[in-house]
Design a protein around this ligand. Sequence first.
Ligand code: NAP
Length: 316
Amino acid sequence: MEIERLIIIGSGPAGLTAGIYGGRSQLSPLLIAGQSLGGQMALTPEVDNYPGFPDGTTGSELAQLMQKQAERFGTRVVMDQVTGVDLSVQPFAVKTYGATYQTKALIVATGASPRKLGVPGEKEFTGRGVSYCATCDGFFYTGRRVVVVGGGDAAVEEAMYLTKFATEVYLIHRRDRLRAEKVLQERAFRNEKMKFIWDSVVTEILGDENGVTGVRVKNVKTGDEFEHPTDGVFVYVGNVPNTQFLGGQLELTERGYIVTDRRCHTSVPGVFAAGDVQEWVLQQIATAVGSGAMAAMEAEKFIAELEDRAYPGRTE
Ligand code: NAP
C-alpha cells in the first residue's frame, strides 16, 4: 500500500488551510473532506468578519474558494468519512467508509457538531420542525413562526437570518443577557421581527403527525411553565467536538476536545490538530485558518525529520 506523506481529516477552514500550506510544502496532502465540503463554515449564511471580504461573503463560497486554492497546490480532496484510525505505529492507518490509507503525518481538523438540547420531542421531530441549520431549512419557514434556542453568536446570527423568512422569531435564552458579540446583539435588538424570552429553557418540543406545533418553556427564575406555539425550533446551544472516531488514542480534555500545544502538536508525535476540534478559546474562521497553517508547517517539519532518519546518509 502506498504511504501518504500527509493526510488531513476535515474540510472546514482549518483543514482547507492545512491543505493550502501542505500543498505549497510539496507534501501532496490527501484531504478527507467528510460528508460535505466546508464543515460548519459552509452552513453559515453570512460571513461578515473574515478579512478580505469588505462586503461579507457566504460560508459555502469561502469553502469553495479555499478548496480551489488547496487543489492549485496539489492537495487531493476526497469526499469520504473517517471511521477509525490506528496511531499506535508509524505509518498511521486511517480508515474511511471507502478505503484504508497509511500516512506519515496526520492533521485532525474535524471540528465540532451542534449540541442537542436533550429534551423530549427533540429527536422525534428532528427534520419535522426541529433543525440545527437555518441555512439549510430557513426557507421552509417562509410566512411561519419559529423559535431559536441559545444566546451565543450562532443563535443570534441565525435568528436574524431566519427573520428573512419567518413572520416572527422568538429567541429563548436561559439567562437575561446574551453571550453573542455586541455588534450582533445591537442588530438583533433593532430587528422588529425579533422577540426575546429571557431566563427560560425549553423543556419539551410539542407536535403532532404534521410536525412541531409548539414548545414547553420554563422560566428558570420563577419556575413558571407555559406553552409557546411555533412551527419550527432551531437549536444553537453550542457544539460538541468530533473526536469519537479517535477511539481514545489522543489525549482529550474533559469536554472531549483534543489537547494540543501552541504549535498544534497532540499527545502523539506526528499527529496534529487544528480548528474547533482543539480546545480553543475563540472559535472563528480566522482562528481556524491560523491553526490550520500552523499544523501544516509543523507536519512538514515532522515529515522532513522522519524522512531524514529513514535515509541518514542523505545530504540535500
Ligand atoms: P456558544 O458561544 O457556546 O453559545 C452557546 C449558547 O447556548 C450560550 O448562550 C449558552 O447559554 C446556551 N446554552 C448552552 N447549553 C444550553 C442548554 N442546554 N439549554 C439552553 N441554552 C444553552 O456556542 P455558539 O453560539 O454555537 O458558538 C460556538 C463558537 O462559534 C463560539 O466561539 C462563537 O463565538 C463562534 N461563532 C462565531 C460567529 C461569529 O463570529 N459571527 C458565528 C457563529 C459562531 P449561556 O450563555 O448561559 O452559557
